[in-house]
Design a protein around this ligand. Structure first.
Ligand code: ADP
Ligand code: MG
Ligand code: ZN
Length: 503
């Protein structure tokens, strides 16, 4: 039997002509605490499998969990930064389900008494406008372990010969942040979804509660999407696309689900409430499991843990620790640098803002720092297919290159070659120059003078023009000298010498 063929996707514009999308974002963030949520095991990423485990996180009989106070404080700070109310008294709950990478057979989570409720996050869209996303709750829970399916082609369980389990991640503290339904975004729904996760990631980073690496799973996003006919007031059935692991993918996944669901509805089909997998390679989703309802989990208050009861004093003390929020910091920096909204937006969209700030902190003028990151380095990142932040050059190294230019040891063209060598792993700019002295700008005036004289002699008519006061004509001579010195001269100095020779 072959599976019935899926209806064709509807074109995006046609989706919007008939339907209004509704979104709900669930973001899991792994907290960067030194130890796990309910035991003292370390949480470092990438350790040998099953070396960071103990009876508590392995669910051994008789072991008892204890709440990690530092994780609770992080959760409260997240709630406060999201403008939520902090619950003065709340119990953990057991969420019961079997999963091989969850040894207790239940997950300790928070259910109807989450630590933080009813907040919002203002996010900036690509055109600079602000969109308020309402937050339903943020709650604490523990992460599961990881299954590794071996022997198959895809890493999935299908076709695998056996599976391995690593419990190092079991019990790592998580905070799950859930939005209220996001409505009336229309055509901008995919963009709003991406902008929301971006803003949330920036906020969590500023709070210093997590390393927010989507590629390592410390920030994981599930996107709920449904469609309803325009003008309807009852939401359609939603699907939940799991673990969308990059900002770009969030936007692609939401858009794909909109077009897929509209195709199904248009063909007279029904949307099934289910989880779906996102496929990074082609930007599509495929069915996962039918979605359980809350009743299926048989939640009940966790009997082995004290309720979490943060005092008003603690909450106020934690409020004092909130950092400058990213969007306020952005506004301050924009003022300090005296640049337009557009320039700022380009910096943010290019993922360059923090890099430029760090380059300025390392001593470079803002203009030069900005120009390196958004032009030459952005090109290099693009060619190499990596994020700007993952280019193998540090803001301090960029600042060193800028300083070498200011000292006249490099001109812009040669500076790019130096940067190329840094990117190729040849060390700091100073080390590159030590290894490659031929890159240093020709500063020896006698050498330059000889090249200038030669160029003037070869172009007597131009030399005459310059002597007649047509300074612009010097450009051609400067160009010839730059060529003769293979780009290693300082053009400003060359021009001075040309004009001096013709005066
Ligand atoms: P679950 O645990 O089943 O995933 P949650 O309450 O944790 O449910 O998250 C559901 C998310 O989906 C929330 O962000 C919620 O606002 C959103 N949501 C609820 N109903 C719909 C719907 N019909 N369409 C789109 N999103 C929805
Ligand atoms: Mg959920
Ligand atoms: Zn443990």
């Amino acid at each position: 039997m072959t599976a019935p063929e899926a209806p064709a996707l509807l074109a995006y514009d046609d989706v919007l002509a008939t339907y209004e999308p509704v979104l709900g974002m669930e973001v899991h963030v792994e907290l960067g605490t030194a130890t796990k949520m309910f035991c003292g095991c370390p949480t470092a990423f990438g350790a040998e499998p099953n070396t960071q485990v103990c009876p508590v996180c392995l669910g051994m009989p008789g072991s008892l969990p204890v709440v990690n106070a530092s994780a609770v404080e992080s959760a409260i700070r997240i709630g406060l930064a999201l403008n939520c109310s902090i619950t003065p008294w709340g119990r953990f709950a057991r969420k019961n389900y079997f999963y091989p990478d969850q040894p207790k057979n239940y997950q300790i989570s928070q259910y109807d008494e989450p630590i933080a409720t009813d907040g919002y996050l203002d996010v900036v869209l690509d055109d600079g406008s602000t969109w308020r996303v309402d937050i339903e709750r943020a709650h604490m829970e523990e992460d599961t372990g990881k299954s590794l399916h071996v022997g198959g082609a895809t890493g999935r369980i299908h076709g695998a010969s056996h599976s391995l389990l690593d419990y190092n991640r079991a019990g790592v503290p998580l905070v799950e942040i859930v939005t209220k339904p996001i409505t009336v975004a229309g055509a901008r729904a995919p963009e709003v979804a991406r902008a929301y996760v971006t803003a949330l990631r920036d906020l969590l980073k500023a709070l210093d509660v997590s390393d927010v690496r989507m590629d390592q799973g410390s920030l994981r996003c599930d996107a709920n999407v449904s469609l309803m006919p325009i003008g309807a007031d009852v939401f359609g059935t939603r699907t939940e696309t799991k673990n969308v692991n990059s900002l770009k993918s969030v936007e692609i996944a939401v858009r794909y689900e909109m077009c897929r669901q509209a195709g199904v509805l248009q063909a007279g089909g029904e949307i099934i409430q289910e989880t779906r997998h996102f496929h990074e390679a082609d930007g599509t989703t495929s069915p996962g499991r039918r979605k359980e309802t809350a009743e299926d989990y048989r939640y009940f208050p966790e009997p082995d843990l004290e309720p979490v009861a943060p005092s008003a004093e603690l909450v106020e003390r934690l409020r004092e620790t909130l950092p400058e929020l990213p969007w306020l910091r952005r506004a301050r920096i924009q003022q300090e640098w005296n640049v337009s909204d557009e320039v700022m937006r380009d910096l943010v969209n290019a993922g360059a803002l923090d890099l430029v700030i760090a380059t300025v902190d390392a001593g470079a003028p803002a203009d030069a720092a900005r120009s390196w990151w958004v032009s030459y380095l952005a090109q290099q990142a693009n060619t190499r297919g990596v994020e700007l932040a993952d280019l193998p050059i540090t803001p301090a190294q960029v600042a060193q290159v800028v300083a070498l230019i200011e000292e006249g040891k490099l001109n812009n063209k040669v500076a790019r070659q130096v940067v190329d060598h840094v990117l190729d792993g040849e060390g700091d700019p100073a080390q590159v120059l030590e290894q490659r002295p031929d890159l240093v700008v020709v500063r020896d005036d006698s050498k330059l003078q000889a090249a200038v004289d030669e160029a003037l002699a070869a172009n007597p008519d131009i030399a005459q023009k310059i002597r007649d006061g047509k300074v612009a004509a010097a450009g051609k001579i400067v160009g010839d000298v730059m060529k003769a010195t293979r780009g290693q001269a300082d053009p400003a100095r060359v021009k001075e010498l040309v004009l001096a020779a013709c005066s």
